[in-house]
Design a protein. Structure first.
Ligand SMILES: Cc1cc2nc3c(=O)[nH]c(=O)nc-3n(C[C@H](O)[C@H](O)[C@H](O)COP(=O)(O)OP(=O)(O)OC[C@H]3O[C@@H](n4cnc5c(N)ncnc54)[C@H](O)[C@@H]3O)c2cc1C
Length: 572
């Protein structure tokens, strides 16, 4: 089939909030933009799932400013965030919230017309704006979709999987991949490429991700020569739903209700326990995610877990009328499934939720490879070892905009023969991956290997880690890699789905390896990275730097970080 060939100023790969914001901002700067996604545009990835909080120092609910937001974020990061990146994001947060409001994102307002802002753990102020208690991500996506749909300078392409960035003379000049329908080859020349492909939490057995969050962008960037940082830093969301099984409920939906109502966490003996770990006062919700995750697992480890291995979440002390007001229609969904929150507790436990490590960028969102930019959950720098609630959506909007402002000014590149040659090579590689020989039936189910991978990563490199668990996981990971190599899959006539599954699995295997290598090297406990065999933190924080060498092996180096700067108000 003839390839789809395009030429553009800015190519944006991934259409969550970061990618859509980048596309719109680049178009506003006068650039011609192509926006591609392996799912539907503006409907795949994490953004559409995001629930409530977007942290910006608007100061509508109480006195606040970006300096205080900066301090809270740096403190929350356990000494690991990059102060320049944090500064770049918090300073422009308020501006971006107002910009997307102009695109139709209707942030909730108080009766006197101000933005409604709530406090979330780790933020010292009422700072989080929201649209709706469970649908802020969906509403943000809808506003951005409307804005890019109206813009003729943005070409939107769905169901296109980008598999390789093309590098010529050390700079990225475009990308190649395929349209999933009919396996049509795709080749896109661009002056600048912005990666916005989101996180990798699908690697874990218990995760809040959509199935397509397989970390492709980290691999695309690393294969193009970019540097990654702190891949072992994965955030675990502490109070994800565990039991009883519920239909039509997002597993992490309990969080916004705790912001509103408090809600107690109890161990299997029905005792409150958070005060032992961080002095959280009964019924309040002040502990950060890393602290609550740690506390729940320690209770389980001590034999005080709930029957299914978590903690109880209890709203029974909240008056029924208040429960109904806060939960709205959700209370009926729960009631229909036999959960009456005035009488019943539910079991909750941590699940993988967010990728805190990622591609190293500077404050212009330039990666270490010229012509290649990154934004959103894909980048490293904002969160360190612990992300504060609401800081992710702010990160997507601000970094998407910054990347676009700089990328749209990259000068025109001369036509390159390299793209065509790379496409031919890439197609051969993909066909070898897909069906090294013709088979009627997949020789191995990629889904079953993925399930094994998710289980081994959860058990070996999940919230609690040891040298032994990590080493075992690394051995098993390498065995899985060997099992996948050379496997032939049935070639469907219409959709290249089995190929997509195999590429995603190969990416997940490689990224899992980076998580384990980093976690083994980091002989300390810090934030979300808990080593049961090293419970102290290093005196000087380090960042782990990852690169892929010519034989596609990770090289890893530990970089000492400067002392955490604690600026006073007004200190830039
Ligand atoms: C359940 C849930 C609730 C959350 N709630 C909140 C919250 O309340 N507040 C908050 O701040 N954060 C929240 N987060 C985190 C936040 O939603 C994400 O960090 C953020 O939306 C990431 O946006 P993004 O644009 O970087 O990536 P995504 O929204 O994940 O988009 C990435 C896109 O890239 C595409 N893609 C990937 N690989 C390829 C490829 N090879 N080729 C083409 N396309 C590709 C994907 O299909 C996807 O559409 C939540 C996350 C989850 C999962």
């Amino acid at each position: 089939m003839n390839p789809l060939q395009l030429n553009t100023d800015v190519l944006v790969i991934g259409s969550g909030a970061a990618g859509m914001m980048a596309a719109k901002a680049a178009a506003n700067e006068g650039a011609k933009v192509v926006l591609v996604d392996k799912s539907l545009v503006g409907r795949g990835g994490a953004t559409i799932l995001a629930q409530m909080t977007v942290a910006v120092a608007l100061g509508d609910a109480e006195e606040d400013n970006p300096d205080i937001h900066f301090e809270d974020t740096m403190k929350g990061s356990r000494g690991m965030a990059d102060p320049d990146i944090v500064r770049a994001i918090v300073d422009r947060g308020p501006e971006l919230i107002l910009e997307v409001e102009g695109y139709g994102v209707k942030w909730a307002r108080t009766p006197d017309g101000k933005h409604s802002q709530v406090v979330a753990p780790g933020h010292s102020r009422k700072r989080c704006v929201y649209v709706d208690i469970l649908n802020t991500g969906g509403a943000t996506s809808a506003g951005l979709r409307k804005a890019i749909w109206k813009d003729d300078s943005i070409e939107r392409l769905k169901n296109i999987m980008i598999t390789k960035l093309v590098v010529e003379n050390g700079a990225v000049v475009g990308a190649v991949g395929f349209a999933m329908e009919q396996f049509q080859p795709v080749i896109i020349a661009a002056n600048a490429v912005i990666l916005a492909t989101g996180g990798l939490t699908e690697i874990y057995e218990r995760n809040s991700a959509s199935a397509n969050m397989t970390g492709d962008g980290f691999i695309l960037a690393a294969e193009a020569g970019a540097e990654l940082r702190d891949m072992e830093m994965v955030q675990f969301f502490p109070i994800a739903h565990l039991y009883p099984p519920l239909v039509g409920i997002d597993p992490i939906m309990w969080d916004p209700f705790r912001y509103k109502l408090g809600g107690r966490l109890l161990n299997g003996n029905h005792e409150e326990f958070m005060d032992k770990y961080n002095n959280e006062v009964a019924g309040n919700y002040t502990a950060a995610r890393d602290q609550t995750t740690y506390a729940i697992f320690k209770e389980v480890e001590a034999g005080r877990g709930t029957p299914h291995g978590g903690a109880y979440l209890d709203f029974r002390m909240v008056p029924e009328a208040k429960l109904k007001e806060a939960f709205g229609p959700v209370i009926d969904i729960l009631n229909k499934q036999g959960v009456d929150l005035t009488k019943d507790m539910v079991e909750v436990a941590p699940m993988a939720h967010f990728t805190m490590g990622g591609i190293r960028v500077n404050t212009s969102m330039e990666t270490t490879v010229p012509g290649l930019f990154a934004c959103g959950e894909l980048i490293y720098g904002m969160h360190g070892a612990n992300r504060l609630s609401g800081n992710a959506i702010t990160e997507t909007l601000v970094t998407g905009r910054i990347a676009a402002e700089v990328a749209s000014k990259v000068g025109r590149k001369p036509a390159s023969d390299r793209l065509q040659a790379e496409l031919e090579q890439e197609l051969k590689r993909l066909e070898r991956l897909w069906y090294p020989r013709e088979v009627d039936k997949d020789e191995v189910s990629m889904l079953s290997v993925k399930r094994e991978l998710q289980k081994l990563m959860w058990e070996g490199a999940g919230p609690l880690r040891t040298e032994a668990s990590l080493s075992r996981a690394l051995d098993r990971l390498r065995e899985l890699g060997e099992r996948v190599e050379g496997v032939a899959l049935a070639k469907q006539s219409y959709y290249a789905l089995t190929l997509v599954e195999k590429i995603e699995l190969i990416h997940m295997l490689k990224l899992s390896e980076s998580i384990i290598i980093g976690a083994l090297a980091r002989r300390e406990s810090r934030g979300a990275h808990v080593r049961l065999d090293y419970n102290q933190s290093y005196e000087t924080a380090v960042s782990t730097k990852f690169q892929l060498d010519a034989s596609r092996q990770w090289t890893m180096q530990e970089i000492p970080l400067p002392e955490l700067k604690q600026p006073s108000k007004g200190d830039q």
